[in-house]
Design a protein around this ligand. Sequence first.
Ligand SMILES: [Zn+2]
Length: 84
Amino acid sequence: MVGAGQGRPVSAATLPPLGRCQLCRVRRHLSAHKSRRDGLVRNLCTSCYSDATLTEERGGFVDWDQALDHGPGEDLLTWLRGDL
Ligand SMILES: [Zn+2]
């Protein structure tokens, strides 16, 4: 099982200033990142926010959930190898 445990609903209107980043799991100040790929909002720290933005700009996946939901197998393998 990968990507489990992220079932908490996310609302951009009620974001806490501090929380656990959905990517690096570190408790930090968070920004709501709205994915261009899947339209989902993720609570990300500044570092992961820029990473996610850059990753999507080059066609990659922000996290496991996105990769598993939207990525064909080959893309997922490419993503795992870091070739994107
Ligand atoms: Zn982070």
